[in-house]
Ligand binder design. Structure first.
Ligand SMILES: Cc1cc2nc3c(=O)[nH]c(=O)nc-3n(C[C@H](O)[C@H](O)[C@H](O)COP(=O)(O)OP(=O)(O)OC[C@H]3O[C@@H](n4cnc5c(N)ncnc54)[C@H](O)[C@@H]3O)c2cc1C
Length: 470
């Protein structure tokens, strides 16, 4: 089989249907410039893709295309690497684990003990504390990526991915936000690792424009220092909301925390043992609902039975683990905010009815004065915005098939990190995904691979990039 010459490469849609017969005999990462690619149709009028833009260049990928260089994407690439499968990792940001590096507050530590948070194949260093700081976690991720030769391609914001059924290949378009260059990556497998926290949830607060002070999302919050002496309305009472309130107190600010719905608050540790470890241990012997009841009982014992009186009533339906699994609502692991609530340093207020110039009118008719608002209202997945033509993900951007089966879709589609089970869950996904892809990838014997060398096009036509990848 002859590979097309340059003019043909400028019209990749026509080339695509021929590729399945090439792969896996011949698929390696290379790039070609083709400024004339049509956006929606090939020159013979065949419909291609509605979401596809005119790509400046195309890269054929020998191995999976992984979208996202957070812990999930890195773990998937590392697991693939150890199984001898190269991959390309794309991330919209300019660093790995950008959630941790760019969108979290300074005092953040892992919420769970470190042995529940390590990625496959490499434990945390022994000298790390039980709950590593975010800086330690990022350092761990950097050395993890280095150890497994994971070198993501940064500033590659994936805007569209679609399975080309005629070709049997995934076409992934990524835009470089700095240069505007759009690159189309083409490969046999697509691993979605953009995470459960890809985009900020910004609630529609009535009268928000009337409020005179600054309104920011918790992802922009670094420390309470700029808020010293100020009254701050923190909207949301999850781990982030609670911890930001605690940090604000430590910096001499006066936070009020909006608690609209029920919330499960658990001690982070009980008699020196992590509550999460207790839960994991109990789950070996008891059904989840019973473990939930025990956790609530123990929480009452260790935290006191006055939480509802403080404004922190438990949800009427669902225990802490059940709600985490079914709705992704993580129970709050208290690391000191409760004490501040009891001491009156953090005020609990109900939902906001409308914002006004100097604060907020609450649903119970009261008014709370505020100089600033911090929205600790969480995040959502962005998969539906860019993954097209697949019904593997729900409209909310989670695999429709529930844990533990949601890691594998159709036609070479995989997901890592959408199990609502944190780093332990995404590590499990990464191992499964890598094993599955490796089995398929290695079905080609080395002898068949080397025989494909005659098909390698001229260097002027193709730029090999495999050394830059994992
Ligand atoms: C504040 C906080 C604390 C947490 N603490 C813990 C903990 O202690 N233990 C635990 O187990 N879990 C914890 N989690 C939950 C979870 O483990 C983390 O969110 C973890 O970072 C998830 O990893 P991820 O790779 O799936 O997603 P992310 O870390 O969000 O990484 C996804 C990556 O995808 C990139 N991306 C998104 N969209 C695109 C696109 N269209 N194109 C290209 N790139 C894209 C992003 O830039 C990002 O780098 C915490 C979460 C938060 C928010």
């Amino acid at each position: 089989m002859n590979l097309p010459h340059r003019p043909y490469l400028r019209r990749p849609p026509l080339l695509l249907p021929q590729l399945p017969s090439l792969h896996p005999l011949f698929l390696f990462l290379f790039s070609v410039d083709h400024p004339l690619v049509p956006a929606t149709a090939s020159s013979d009028g065949v419909y291609i893709d509605t979401c596809m833009m005119a790509a400046s260049r195309t890269m054929w990928v020998n191995g999976p295309i992984i979208v996202g260089a957070g812990p999930a994407g890195i773990a998937a690439a590392a697991c693939l690497h150890t199984r001898g499968v190269p991959s390309v990792v794309l991330d919209r940001d300019d660093c790995l684990a950008s959630l941790w590096q760019r969108r979290t507050y300074d005092r953040l530590r892992l919420h769970l003990p470190k042995h529940f948070c390590q990625l496959p194949g490499m434990p945390f260093p022994d000298h790390y504390p039980e709950y590593p700081s975010k800086h330690q976690f990022v350092a761990y991720l950097e050395s993890y990526a280095a150890a497994f030769h994971v070198r993501p391609r940064f500033r590659q914001s994936v805007v569209c991915a679609r399975f080309d059924s005629a070709a049997g290949l995934w076409r992934v378009q990524a835009s470089d936000d700095d240069t505007g260059v759009v690159t189309e990556y083409i490969g046999r497998w697509l691993v979605v690792a953009t995470g459960e926290n890809a985009e900020r949830v910004i609630p529609d607060l009535d009268g928000a424009d009337a409020f005179k002070g600054p309104v920011s999302h918790v992802s922009e919050y670094k420390s309470g220092e700029p808020y010293r002496g100020k009254r701050v309305l923190v909207v949301g009472c999850g781990n982030s909301g609670m911890e930001v309130c605690l940090d604000l107190c430590d910096h001499g600010a006066r936070p009020s925390m909006v608690v609209r719905d029920g919330v499960h608050v658990l001690p982070r540790e009980m008699l020196g043992v992590a509550t999460f470890s207790v839960a994991v241990f109990l789950l070996r012997f008891l059904p989840l609902r019973l473990v939930d009841r025990l956790l609530v009982l123990l929480a009452g014992l260790f935290l006191g039975g006055d939480l509802a009186r403080l404004g922190l009533r438990r949800p009427s339906h669902g225990g802490p683990l059940e709600l985490k699994n079914s709705k992704g609502r993580t129970p709050v692991l208290d690391i000191g905010a409760l004490e501040k609530i009891r001491a009156g340093e953090i005020k609990i207020v109900p939902g906001v009815r409308r914002m006004e110039a100097g604060g907020a009118e609450l649903v119970d008719g009261r008014f709370v004065a505020a100089d600033a608002v911090i929205l600790a209202t969480g995040y959502h997945s962005n998969v539906p915005q860019w993954l097209k033509g697949s019904d593997f993900f729900s409209g909310e951007g989670y695999p429709k098939v529930e844990f533990p089966e949601g890691w594998k879709g159709e036609s070479g589609l995989y997901s890592v990190g959408f199990t609502r089970r944190g780093l332990a869950g995404l590590s499990l996904d990464a191992v499964r995904v890598a094993s599955d892809i490796a089995a398929e990838y290695h079905t080609t014997s080395p002898s068949t691979r080397s025989s494909s060398s005659s098909m390698v096009p001229q260097p002027t036509q193709l730029v090999p990039c495999s050394q830059a990848e994992t």
